[in-house]
Design a protein around this ligand. Structure first.
Ligand SMILES: Nc1ncnc2c1ncn2[C@@H]1O[C@H](COP(=O)(O)OP(=O)(O)O)[C@@H](O)[C@H]1O
Ligand SMILES: [Mg+2]
Length: 455
């Protein structure tokens, strides 16, 4: 500032002195005035350059001035730098926010006051079949034409969600979406989408299951109460009474097995997988279930089935003994119940080259048509309902078997052709199988190792 004043004064004085040397008082004034004008022109030129630099916005080509213009230039540059840094910080924060919303498993769309898309994350785009870039600025009501959604938007009551079919929804592959609008700011809207297909399917399955269970229980109950009424109203002969009581007890047993199978299933679903510390002798398990099957065959078939144990024996299987036994005996009892009397059934263990162990049950029964195979393990799925009922089936056997094998890290394979018998195989992973060596169960050290393998 002082420099500026000194400059001006100096030029006025110089001009004045020059005028004075012209020997006239008027000239001295004119000289001083001229000096001031020269200073003003020079200063204006500097100001112009500064303004030109500022309006160009290119900070790197800064003109060099001393004095107040230099200060102004320096300070402006610093200010711009500071603002730039601040805006870069805000931008980075905005990017972070958007990245977080992008990572959300829910779809998020921001709508402006007119209902046009301002921003959408990938999930929402995938849910609604829109393009997060191309469809920016489009009216959401033009892109989402489900009648339920249009009604929801025009009603304007956003306290609840609305459910619509996803764009790719087909009867064989349904997609159900939940959409909810949350107003915010000045008439802006946040639109959230959620894929609720799995929830809906689970709900439908639960309803089916309850309906099935009720039906399964109602049937024997109806029969049972019918007999009770008959016995109450008519005086029966001793042998008839015996017959009726026999049939009543059969129905009661049916209900008992159903309840017990349901309990087994719910226990299997609700408990953690069995550890691999308990080793079971494969031969012992096989002998047990074969004996059981012979008993069953003797009770329901004449002539009895030919039941043979096959394959090389000699393995240990790790897991819950009761569960493995129940899976094995389910397969054998199915074979006995669905194979006509006198048929041939063989069961046994086999250790595969890749270390997995198989327990197979092969029968000479009616076999299973291709279309039934994928559904066999569904609860209450039966091919021949009356045959299953007659022999005391609940339709839950294979569902239990599947659960047990999955809990042991294995799976259930079924190979069958209509008219050519069926082979059901339980497959156990190498971590749960040991070849019998010196006739002793694997050492604890191996078990610890196994546990670690499983993790
Ligand atoms: N070895 C088999 N041969 C033919 N069909 C079978 C065999 N095992 C199972 N099935 C069919 O699979 C259905 C489901 O079996 P499962 O779940 O054990 O129920 P169920 O209580 O009826 O035996 C049976 O109803 C039967 O139709
Ligand atoms: Mg069964």
């Amino acid at each position: 500032m002082i420099l500026r004043a000194v400059e001006l004064l100096l030029l006025i004085v110089l001009g004045g002195v020059w005028g004075w040397t012209q020997d006239a008082a008027g000239w001295a004034f004119a000289g001083a005035f001229g000096g001031a004008v020269v200073w003003l022109v020079h200063d204006s030129l500097r100001a112009k350059r500064v303004l030109a630099w500022l309006s160009k916005g290119d900070l790197s080509r800064q003109p060099t001035f001393s004095g107040v213009w230099g200060d102004i230039l320096d300070r402006s540059r610093k200010l711009v730098k500071k603002l730039e840094k601040k805006s870069a910080n805000s931008e980075a924060r905005l990017e972070n926010f958007l990245a977080a919303i992008q990572a959300s498993p829910n779809g998020v769309i921001l709508l402006d006051a007119q209902g046009r898309i301002e921003w959408s994350n990938e999930t929402a785009a995938a849910h609604l079949g829109i393009d997060p870039q191309r469809d920016l600025g489009q009216y959401i009501r033009n892109l989402l034409r489900a009648p339920a959604f249009s009604e929801y938007m025009s009603e304007g009551d956003f306290d609840h969600e609305v459910q619509i079919d996803g764009p790719g929804s087909r009867p064989a592959h349904p997609v159900r979406l939940s959409v909810q609008v949350h107003p915010y700011g000045k008439k802006r809207k946040l639109l959230l989408t959620r894929d609720v297909t799995a929830v809906q399917l689970a709900e439908a399955m639960r309803r089916d299951f309850v309906a099935n269970v009720s039906h399964e229980i109602r049937t024997p109950l109806t029969v049972l109460s019918g007999f009770v009424e008959t016995m109450q109203s008519i005086a029966l002969e001793e042998d008839e009474r015996e017959k009726y009581l026999g049939m009543m007890s059969q129905q009661a047993k049916r209900m008992q097995t159903l309840v017990s199978d349901l309990l087994t299933l719910s226990r299997l679903e609700g408990s953690p997988s069995p550890g691999s510390g308990d080793w079971n002798d494969g031969d012992e398990l096989l002998a047990h279930v074969l004996q059981e099957a012979r008993g069953l065959s003797a009770a329901i078939a004449s002539p009895v089935h030919e039941l043979a144990s096959v394959g090389e024996a000699g393995i240990w299987v790790a897991g819950a003994k009761t569960e493995i036994l129940s899976a094995m005996s389910n397969l054998l009892s199915n074979a006995v119940r669905y194979t006509p009397a006198g048929g041939h059934i063989e069961a046994g263990w086999r250790l595969r080259d890749d270390g997995w162990a198989e327990f197979s049950v092969k029968d000479s029964g009616p076999g299973i048509a291709m279309e039934h195979l994928p559904r066999l393990t569904e609860r209450f799925y039966r091919i021949d309902r009356s045959r299953s009922r007659e022999t005391g089936g609940t339709g839950l056997g294979l569902a239990i078997v599947k659960h047990v094998t999955q809990r042991h890290g294995g799976r259930l394979d079924v190979v069958s052709e209509l008219g050519k018998g069926a082979t059901f195989t339980l497959v156990f992973p190498p971590s749960r199988v040991r070849e019998k060596g010196m006739g002793q169960a694997p050492a604890a050290r191996v078990m610890v190792h196994d546990d670690m393998d499983d993790r």
